[in-house]
Design a protein around this ligand. Sequence first.
Ligand code: SF4
Length: 150
Amino acid sequence: MSALHSLILGLNRLRNRFHNGRVRPANLLLLVPHCLQRCTCESNITQDIDRCNRCGRCNVADMLQLRDEFGIRCHLVSGGREAIAVVRDPAVKAVVAVACEKELADGIRAVIPKRVVAIPNERPNGPCKNTRVDIGAVRAAILDLLGTSA
Ligand code: SF4
């Protein structure tokens, strides 16, 4: 991660600490990268995340479970440009975004002043393949933005 990306993520964390207004579920977007999907999965979830069979082999099933539990939006994207277009939807007021640090930093910059809680993915198989995410961190971010206690 470059120094600039570290700086953007750090400033964004600081901003979130002081800006703690509540967001309605309908205005909260959970944005997840396509690389979260198990690479051997045959479900075509790129066009429609609900094609996931929720087999539990990857965290896509967990993202859908959180979406349904909290009644928020959830979108799976294949790249940064698509992610920015989705976040620019006027109905989206805040975002919980999962991605690598570079994509997160670029996305935060591109959608200012929208509030983004950035959660770096885990990459046990290297970049862009079978990535994972800390579900507890995603849940905590959602609860925080909704102003709901656990
Ligand atoms: S949870 Fe299962 S069905 Fe859903 S995307 Fe992951 S591997 Fe595919």
